[in-house]
Write a new protein. Sequence first.
Length: 331
Amino acid sequence: MRPVVARLTRRVRRRSLRGIVLCYHRVAGPRADPAGLDVLPSQFDAHLALLGAQAQPMALGAFERARRTGALPERAVAVTFDDGYADNLHAALPLLAARSVPATVFVTTCGVGAEGEFWWDALERGCSVPHPLPARLSLAPPGHVFTWTLDARAQAGDVADALDARRPLYDALKTWLRALPAAALREAVAQWQAWSGTAAAARDGHRTLRVDELQTLARSPLIEIGSHSVTHPLLGLLDADAQRDECMGSRAALSHWLGRAPALFAYPFGEGAAVTRDAEAAVRAAGYDAAFTADAQAAWRGNRATAVPRIAMQAWDGAEFGRRLPLWFDE
Ligand SMILES: [Zn+2]
């Protein structure tokens, strides 16, 4: 074959082997959502309708087995959720069931049955309060410190959009909290809640699955449960022992609750320092069959089983999702 023809043939063949794994977090809103985790129920339903009409939805386990052997069907797509929010059961599952679309839910096990919110939600909550905040913030868990001075608009609680005025604080604090070790993070969040005058108990719309809700979700024939670590750290920043504890501890907790070990893992945060070769080795050693990133690419046979990319979903309406869907297969 002439080189140019061979190249084109390769490209066509490779494209035909590609599929996409979509990464959602919450089916909820509209409301303040600076982290971009919400997709409205109406939007999610529109996404599912388009997937049914224009793609081939598959369970992630079957998708992964086909990917490895280069046997993905044309336009294969798998739906996943990260973190383990209660709305995955109450809002997402009825919509998935109505359109017979399977999904995998990657659960952060320390969130299961937790009273509080994930730290990023507690951060948003403190920045959104309608009451005035003090001018000075100082968070000082053992071994760490974060200080910030709020300008007059950020201090005021009567601005139309408090979160918008406090966005620089939100962004800086998010970066700082993300890299804290688990114990310091818990302490920092407690200090933040005391400073911002927000409760530790979760808001109903931001709460995580209870154990019985996780078990109900797992009983659906459309749902597979995977692991998303114990504490949702940047896995690549941890030492080998801590990486092992995150991968094995979450696997053991899910096995205990569900009576079977999860086969699939999704890296918290999913890119950059979240996915290192050490982290991949820890996932493999813990016994997972495959692990998923957030690399915003299509998946194909050439991916390592411990670094299969996913594409992060946002609050797109049906028209926007429909415009993007065919493009993702070429990413
Ligand atoms: Zn996550």
